[in-house]
Ligand binder design. Structure first.
Ligand SMILES: O=C(O)CCC(=O)C(=O)O
Ligand SMILES: [Fe+2]
Length: 157
């Protein structure tokens, strides 16, 4: 983990969701799980919109003032061999108010490779993912079809 993330890189995405009088007709941010190791998300103006999927139900996340939302990404799910799970989420738009969020993604070094940490592999917890280089992981991610829920399933053992 230290070897991967000490020389890692950060990316930042700023999301702007203009208000829409018919919010059910538009997609804010399409359902996805973050690829990163970990994400820090700031909801800038406390307008609700973020939802997580739990048992096939979309659950709204209430914005808290001066707080970050910390999201586990798919890469951490791989490295921890699913001891930490990434969560599928999306953002919907508001009928009256604009919404702004900033996501900061902590990513592993590009010349590393990903796979469950050897210390977490036991007879009872065999590896759940095949190994992949960080570069191939991101190449696959960026070339996937947008209707695919997760990038992870192609690495399942
Ligand atoms: O706007 C939000 O609350 C979600 C943003 C998000 O999930 C992302 O940028 O990956
Ligand atoms: Fe996200």
């Amino acid at each position: 983990m230290i070897a991967l993330f000490e020389e890692g890189w950060q990316a930042m995405r700023m999301n702007y969701y203009p208000p829409c009088p018919q919010p059910e007709q538009v997609i804010g941010l399409t359902p996805h799980s973050d690829a990163a190791g970990i994400t820090f998300l700031l909801e800038l103006n406390q307008v609700p919109g973020l939802q997580i999927r739990k048992d096939d139900i979309w659950i709204p996340v209430k914005p808290l003032p001066n707080a970050f939302i910390v999201n586990i990404g798919e890469i951490l799910e791989i490295v921890t061999n699913v001891q930490y799970k990434s969560i599928e989420h999306r953002a919907i738009v508001n009928s009256e108010k604009e919404r702004l969020s900033i996501a900061t993604f902590l990513n592993p070094k590009l010349d590393g490779d990903l796979g469950p940490a050897p210390s977490l592999i036991t007879r009872k917890t065999p590896p759940r993912f095949t190994r992949v280089t960080v570069v191939d992981f991101f190449k696959n991610l960026l070339s996937r079809e947008l209707n695919r829920k997760t990038n992870l399933e192609q690495y399942y053992v």
